[in-house]
Design a protein around this ligand. Structure first.
Ligand SMILES: Cc1cc2nc3c(=O)[nH]c(=O)nc-3n(C[C@H](O)[C@H](O)[C@H](O)COP(=O)(O)O)c2cc1C
Length: 197
């Protein structure tokens, strides 16, 4: 079996950070990098090879369309529910325009429902991590956001998703303008049990 440079890979994994739109320089990411991220997403593990990840990519004027969709749909649904928050609404109008690209992240349910839903969501999360790491390798900043319209039933149809599918959020992408902050994690030993006898 082929062996890879595990110290480089460990460094990549541990240096990956979520980088937010306010930290983006405004530079547009090369399409080849986005293509590589998507190709690597496609190699995530997938039980029964259902390959449930679906992506819609917004760039250029597409970002304006997404900003209008996010803010407009949020306003409509939140007003109906009685929990409209104007600050959130304003953010939804601005944040997409600060990004180079945004990838809407969907889960397509297997037609035969051969797997529990959670396994399809887990596979998509693995695909998202592949994108995060590929972006990091290119010095690109990104983060997985699940706010706004993510869990609105009304949002699904805009991303080619049907009732049993799920919208799982948005990956915002941009070129970071400064140094990234350090990550924080509690030690792994607090989350692990070894059974040796
Ligand atoms: C499923 C998922 C959803 C997330 N949703 C949000 C979000 O809505 N807003 C946000 O600021 N960060 C979100 N994040 C990113 C986390 O804030 C981030 O991973 C955490 O702060 C740890 O930082 P790091 O990714 O730089 O290690 C999400 C992460 C995951 C895995």
């Amino acid at each position: 079996m082929q062996v890879f440079n595990s110290s480089e890979i460990s460094k990549l994994i541990r240096n990956r950070r979520s980088v937010f739109p306010a930290q983006y320089s405004g530079e547009v990411i090369k399409k080849e990098v986005i293509d590589e991220m998507l190709e690597n997403a496609n190699w995530a593990p997938t039980h029964k090879l259902t390959e449930p990840w679906r992506f819609t990519i917004f760039s250029g004027d597409g970002l304006k369309r997404l900003a209008n969709l996010m803010s407009g749909l949020y306003k409509k649904v939140a007003t109906e529910k009685g929990n409209f928050d104007r600050k959130k609404y304003e953010q939804l109008k601005i944040k997409p325009l600060q990004s180079s690209h945004i990838i809407a992240i969907g889960m397509k349910r297997d037609k035969l429902e051969r797997l529990p839903e959670i396994e399809e969501i887990e596979a998509v999360a693995c695909a998202v991590q592949n994108m995060y790491l590929t972006a990091t390798a290119h010095g690109i900043g990104c983060y997985w956001g699940t706010g706004g319209i993510t869990y609105f039933e009304e949002a699904k149809s805009y991303f080619d998703l049907e009732a049993k599918d799920k919208l799982l959020g948005f990956m915002f992408l941009g070129v970071p303008k400064g140094k990234l902050h350090n990550g924080r994690r509690k030690p792994i030993r607090e989350k692990v049990n070894w059974i040796e006898k």
